[in-house]
Ligand binder design. Structure first.
Ligand code: 5GP
Ligand code: ZN
Length: 115
């Protein structure tokens, strides 16, 4: 999937509307259109990377930044103390449907353990 046709690149560019939660130089965060929990936020890098399989050493700071953003969003949105789950699906067999790297931040429910 090229950047021109990528749904999340279109959301970042504002070509598709989204409910923005947070934005900075590196990332854009918005509410999932089909929430799997009472709170379901997606954090995506502004750089188009198809999946975690595209990550290289040069992306280490970006990935760390995304996790710090998840913590900041959890505090700002008031669910840090409640607790939350951060999920990345890499590849179709893991459930990835949009091939622009993203991290799900889920809260507001008591989740079953996956691992
Ligand atoms: P994946 O299945 O790839 O891990 O996650 C993709 C997520 O993107 C899904 O939870 C899906 O609901 C969400 N999604 C897909 N298209 C859109 C959209 O156009 N807008 C928003 N806000 N979320 C989307
Ligand atoms: Zn993209």
């Amino acid at each position: 999937m090229m950047e021109e046709n990528c749904i999340f690149c279109k959301i970042i560019r504002g070509e598709i509307p989204s409910q923005k939660v947070y934005e900075d130089e590196w990332v854009y965060a918005f509410r999932d259109i089909n929430p799997a929990a009472p709170t379901h936020i997606l954090i995506v890098p502004k750089e188009h990377l198809a999946s975690a399989n595209a990550l290289e050493e040069k992306h280490e700071a970006l990935v760390g930044h995304i996790l710090v953003c998840a913590r900041k969003i959890a505090e700002e949105q008031g669910f840090a103390e409640y607790g939350y789950r951060i999920v990345n699906n890499c590849g179709e067999n893991a459930g990835q449907t949009v091939f622009h790297l993203h991290f799900h931040v889920l809260s507001g429910a008591k989740f079953d353990r996956m691992v």
